[in-house]
Design a protein around this ligand. Structure first.
Ligand code: NI
Length: 186
């Protein structure tokens, strides 16, 4: 178990399409891949994130972890139980959009206002290599879209239609926080 170094915007790995995981490598419970997944979870907890994608800790692999329990960074958000998703694919995007303020451990200083599909269905594999299907909406759907974007070399600012709503964290708290806690409108 270890906390890994988080890659920051400018590191080319964040702009690569990550490689699919060979599911056979999940079968050894003490293997390198399972240890790496534990390290991703530790890193997410240590850094206070609600999600983390493997390229954010320097590995070009299609793995994401997410969890939101009493998050300091997102205190008002619904909780999300721990999920590890291997080779995730979004198989359904709802046409209905919701916009919300997002941040990212790889762009830690910034928040931005990003439209996302309100509901998605994600298919992939759990850490045992068994197929999983997640049908979810609102906050967890946003987190999933954000993390899967990382696996395709996309960061949240790429999704922003209006860069005037890109803000340093300090200024976000001063000028935008109140609006952000109001119900989001599509
Ligand atoms: Ni991110």
């Amino acid at each position: 178990m270890a906390v890994l170094k988080v890659t920051k915007l400018g590191n080319p790995i964040l702009r690569e399409v990550s490689k699919p995981v060979d599911l056979n490598l999940l079968s050894d419970p003490d293997g390198e891949l399972q240890i790496f997944i534990d390290d991703m979870i530790d890193t997410m907890h240590e850094e206070g994130g609600v999600g983390l994608a493997a390229p954010q800790v320097g590995k070009s692999l299609r793995i994401l972890v997410m969890e939101c329990e009493d998050s300091e960074r997102y205190p008002d958000r619904e909780s999300i139980s721990l999920e590890v998703i291997i080779n995730p694919e979004i198989t359904y995007f709802d046409e209905e959009k919701i916009s919300g303020w997002e941040s990212c451990l790889s762009l830690i200083d910034f928040s931005g206002y990003v439209p996302r599909s309100k509901r998605v269905i994600v298919e992939g594999y759990n850490r045992d290599g068994n197929p999983i299907k997640i049908d979810t909406d609102d906050f967890s759907a946003i987190v999933l879209q954000h993390e899967i974007d990382h696996l395709n070399g996309i960061v949240f600012i790429d999704r922003m239609p209006d860069l005037t709503k890109l803000s340093y964290q300090e200024e976000f708290k001063t000028f935008w926080m109140e609006e952000a806690t109001a119900p989001t409108e599509p």
